[in-house]
Ligand binder design. Structure first.
Ligand code: HPA
Length: 302
């Protein structure tokens, strides 16, 4: 697929179209980006109005199986909310600026709090088990540090400053609220907090890369979310992020001294199964109700 061309004007094309077609009482204050297998979140909305991405001028179209591709406007406990069902990934060949366009559009429509969800692989096998939901407390932006930050280029100063901070991207009050909501729903035992590491994909990590990311402080790893969060922070939004742990990343242990010796030089075996997209979607489906209820409950408590 050829990369979609992009100009900053596409942000305004999309926002103007949506403002003209969404009833004013549904202009959202809360935005939700639904990750792999988590599109069911949009089912929590009432009085919905929805738009397929291809109907929205300026919008890219998502190409990954399991990502439906629509914006759903509606109410959660009376609060106007928009759900993005299916997001855009850098690995699809989109410009990074295009992958984050919906976040800017949400900002123009009035979104102040953004929930981001994703499927992620666990690097920290002790802490983050398959089926756990990790509240993102911080991130590592590997492509960003290597020159692929969505804010590179002329600053869109009507949205935010040239050099926005991200140390406060995931405010503590929102993370505390998430824990409170999880307690009320009796799912606190599946909740972790930790560091999300963003890589471009689409190939999964090699074991040496996974050990490196673990050594650098990553608890889970995935191919989305961080560019959206950086842009949300640029727009002055508050962010609450959740990673649903869908698989263990193969980290393969180091060789022991015995294994290094000439008499006994068997290569070490992989410690966990090879990850695959079907498994990611299956765990997403298994936990999507919990994730849906969690987001709903937090919006209620907000
Ligand atoms: N690695 C990267 N991205 C992912 C993974 C993974 O293991 N699982 C789900 N998204």
């Amino acid at each position: 697929m050829a990369a979609h061309t992009y100009t900053d004007n596409d942000i305004y094309l999309a926002a103007d179209f949506l403002k003209a077609n969404v009833p004013a009482e549904l202009y959202p204050k809360v935005g939700v980006i639904c990750g792999s297998g988590l599109g069911g979140l949009a089912g929590s909305l009432e009085n919905t109005v929805e738009f397929k991405y291809e109907e929205i001028p300026g919008f890219p179209v998502s190409t990954v199986a399991g990502h439906a591709g629509k914006l759903v406007f509606g109410l959660i406990s009376g609060k106007p909310t928009v759900c993005m069902v299916g997001r855009f990934h850098f690995y699809e060949g989109h410009l990074l600026k295009l992958t984050v366009l919906p976040v800017r559009v949400m900002s123009l429509m009035g979104v102040e709090t953004l929930f981001v969800t994703n499927a992620a692989g666990s690097l920290n096998h002790e802490k983050c088990k398959v089926g756990d939901i990790m509240i993102i407390e911080d991130h590592i932006n590997i492509p960003g540090m290597a020159g692929n930050n969505p804010l590179i280029g002329a600053n869109l100063s009507s949205f935010g400053p040239r050099f926005p901070p991200v140390n406060d991207a995931y405010p503590r009050e929102l993370r505390s609220l998430a824990i409170r909501a999880a307690r009320e729903l009796d799912i606190r035992q599946y909740i972790r907090e930790g560091v999300y590491c963003f890589v471009s994909g689409p190939s999964y990590e090699s074991p040496a890369e996974a050990r490196m990311m673990r050594a650098l402080g990553g608890d889970v790893i995935g191919m989305s979310t961080v560019p959206e969060v950086v842009v949300a922070r640029h727009c002055g939004m508050k962010v609450l992020g959740f990673s649903l742990v869908t698989n263990f990343v193969v980290t393969r242990r180091e060789r022991t001294a015995d294994e290094e010796s000439p008499e006994f030089s068997l290569p070490p075996e992989d410690n966990v199964e090879t990850p695959n997209h079907e498994e990611v979607l299956a765990v997403g489906n298994m936990r999507s109700n919990d994730m849906q209820n969690l987001v709903k409950k937090i919006v209620e408590l907000m």
